[in-house]
Design a protein around this ligand. Structure first.
Ligand code: PLP
Length: 395
């Protein structure tokens, strides 16, 4: 394996980058994959090296060749200045927020954020003296009126968790930067392949590697990438917290990276096909998928995104809760469980009204979120068609 020159690396298209970045043939003795380096202690050759820490690896919490491989690749793919790894996507959200806000600061948080991120704001950040205001994800340039002199960061998630509103991130970033605030984005749904966060004005971009980077539902991982202006503050918070990701999870994530675009493109194709089929079902009131022309933010999605992933939502026509349970309980291929982005299809019922505070959630019927996997699409349709029969019988 030849080590690629910086010119070649920057010339490669995304699929080639995913295959070749983060691999060092010399360091790996010719083996294709970087192994999972495990360890706390790193030995120094002498007192001089120990006291100056003048070597690349110094301690297990400060990085290993395995974490470097993933960070280097992710930094290139995200168009960032650097990347840090933490054990979960939620830890990545916490780390990004802790890098940007402190006591006495004000945070603007989208009402459509992943619900545990709200728990962090309403819990730990509040106890630390950070005040959070939740805002309408569709606020656009109107966000300017919510800024206060002490607003230090704005958090976006686009599309939003479960409800899938698309946010005008370039406009929000322009407003935030004019006021010196940090723009933090949870970019997990799109990944940098479908939304290049830093090119669109994001300072700190979060990816729950647990989802599409893993692709196999067998690891937990969080990544935070930063642009040049925010990298030092991110790295300082990382050093202070010392919560590195586990080596086996990073190794598995590197494996996932090699096929991420193929899986993501297939998930996109499958999800669009299933969404189309669901939209024609008499039991379905509406399909919420930003890549469909009937989504209220479709034009924004089309302007800013290069693709859509396998996660979308559906609102059913009103039926009793027991009928929805009858639909879901008997499914054979769709699993009932949290997380998403794996090779297997999942579905969960959800209700944003239970936690939203800035915007109403009244979609008109019970809502379901689908994560579409790699099964044959006709088998997935058959599974759901049988579910709808059970639902009708229980209504
Ligand atoms: C949008 C989003 N961000 C972050 C996370 C958190 O990731 P993790 O489960 O690795 O903590 C999730 C998990 O479901 C998510 O959906």
């Amino acid at each position: 394996m030849k080590n690629l020159s910086p010119e070649t690396k920057s010339r490669l298209r995304s699929r080639s980058r995913l295959v070749h970045l983060g691999r060092d043939g010399d360091a790996s003795h010719g083996f294709v994959n970087v192994p999972p380096y495990r360890g706390s202690t790193v030995l120094f050759p002498d007192v001089e090296a120990l006291s100056t820490e003048n070597q690349r690896y110094t301690y297990g919490t400060h990085g290993t060749p395995t974490t470097d491989a993933l960070c280097d690749a992710w930094t290139a793919i995200a168009g960032a200045a650097g990347t840090v790894l933490v054990p979960t996507g939620m830890a990545a959200i916490a780390l990004a927020l802790l890098s940007a806000v402190g006591a006495g600061d004000h945070l603007l948080m989208t009402d459509s954020a992943y619900q545990p991120a709200r728990r962090f704001c309403d819990g730990m950040l509040k106890r630390m003296g950070v005040e959070t205001t939740y805002y309408d994800p569709r606020v656009g340039a109107g966000i300017a009126s919510l800024f206060r002199p002490n607003t230090k960061a704005i958090f976006v998630e686009s599309p939003g968790s479960q409800s899938l509103e698309v946010q005008d991130i370039p406009v929000i970033a322009e407003v935030a930067h004019a006021r010196g605030a940090c723009v933090i984005a949870d970019n997990t749904w799109a990944t940098p392949l479908f939304f290049p966060p830093h090119a669109k004005g994001v300072d700190l971009a979060i990816e729950a590697g647990t989802k599409y980077l893993s692709g196999h539902s067998d690891l937990l991982l969080g990544l935070v990438s930063a642009n040049a202006g925010w990298l030092k503050r991110l790295q300082r918070a990382e050093r202070e917290l010392a919560i590195p990701a586990g080596p086996e999870d990073v190794y598995l994530a590197l494996r996932g990276l090699r096929t991420m675009e193929l899986r993501l493109r297939e998930a996109e194709r499958q999800a669009l096909a299933l969404a189309e089929w669901l939209s024609a079902r008499p039991e379905v009131l509406s399909v919420i998928h930003p890549a469909r022309p009937d989504h209220p933010d479709h034009a924004l999605w089309k302007r800013d995104f290069a693709g859509s992933s396998g996660l979308f939502s559906v609102v059913l026509k009103p039926v009793p809760a027991g009928a929805v349970a009858a639909l879901l309980d008997g499914l054979e291929l769709f699993g009932l469980g949290y997380s998403w982005g794996g090779y297997e299809s999942l579905v969960i019922p959800f209700d944003c009204a239970s936690y939203r505070t800035a915007t109403p959630w009244a979609p008109g019927g019970p809502a379901l979120r689908f994560s579409v996997g790699l099964e044959d699409i006709d088998d997935l349709k058959d599974d759901l068609a049988r579910g709808f029969e059970r639902m009708r019988a229980a209504s």
